[in-house]
Design a protein. Structure first.
Ligand code: DGL
Length: 253
């Protein structure tokens, strides 16, 4: 049987990570779950995030069946709750955290930005990442929930207002950074537009490809070449979605 990989986020952001994993491991079976009942996670406190994420994750089996690996495709959830989650669940868990290390290594000017949710940029884990891997850089932190809403709208309705995006990125545009970390999985969905409204010379960096390599490294030996046995990708959501272009099962969590 193909291994069953569950990819989790508060909303559609994790699909940007899922795409990388599917490309690296096409024969795995996937479930994608979004906790849109509590979207946006970026405005929750650490204690609210911990309580909610543990509540959802410890009941996943009931709704999704057994799975072999869990990807927390959400920087906000990973930077706050990963350690706690690992102590509660008995499956391998891969988290997604801002790609500060590669950005610090590749930046020429050593002036880098981290664009993430308010909960991610104000968090001790993120500060530790900066201290460990980027203390030779000038690191600017930009927090935004509006960008999460813009990415959700673009994903579901295909609509994006460049003026609104430009306003939301005003501070980033004024900075002198040469590298911008997309520290929220929603942001790669609108990366071409972000690139368009900020300095086009600026390099955007996200964690998607690295996460896919990590998942492959863990599951590599279990991968079956028999793709016939794998089920179709199933999406789950914890709240109703209007105008959904996907076949989504709503679960009560
Ligand atoms: N996609 C999530 C992240 O990577 C969070 C979006 C939100 O719910 O605020 O942080």
């Amino acid at each position: 049987m193909s291994p069953h990989i569950v990819v989790f986020d508060s909303g559609v952001g994790g699909t940007s990570v899922l795409a990388h994993i599917q490309k690296a491991l096409p024969s795995a079976h996937y479930s994608y779950i979004m906790d849109n009942k509590f979207l946006p996670y970026g405005e929750l406190t650490k204690s609210a995030l911990n309580t909610r994420i543990v509540e959802v994750m410890t009941q996943l089996n009931i709704h999704l069946g057994c799975f072999d690996l869990l990807v927390i495709a959400c920087n906000t959830a990973s930077t706050h709750t990963l350690e706690l989650l690992r102590s509660k669940l008995d499956v391998p868990i891969v988290g997604v955290v801002p790609a500060i290390k590669p950005a610090a290594q590749t930046s020429t000017s050593k002036e880098i930005g981290v664009l993430a949710t308010p909960a991610t940029i104000s968090n001790e884990y993120t500060k530790r990442l900066i201290g460990d891997f980027a203390n030779h850089c000038d690191v600017r932190l930009f927090g935004s929930t509006e960008l999460v809403a813009i990415a959700e709208k673009y994903f579901w309705q295909g609509e994006l207002c460049l003026k609104q995006l430009s306003r939301a990125l005003a501070e980033v545009k004024l900075s002198n950074i040469d590298t911008l970390v997309l520290g929220c999985t929603h942001f790669p969905i609108i990366a071409p537009f972000i690139k368009q409204v900020i300095n086009s010379e600026c390099t955007l960096v996200d964690s998607g490809a690295a996460i896919a390599r990590r998942v492959k490294g863990i599951l590599g030996n279990e991968l079956s070449v028999d793709t016939i046995k794998k089920g179709p990708l199933q999406y789950y959501a914890t709240a109703p979605i209007e105008q959904s272009k996907l076949d989504i099962k709503q679960i009560d969590l």
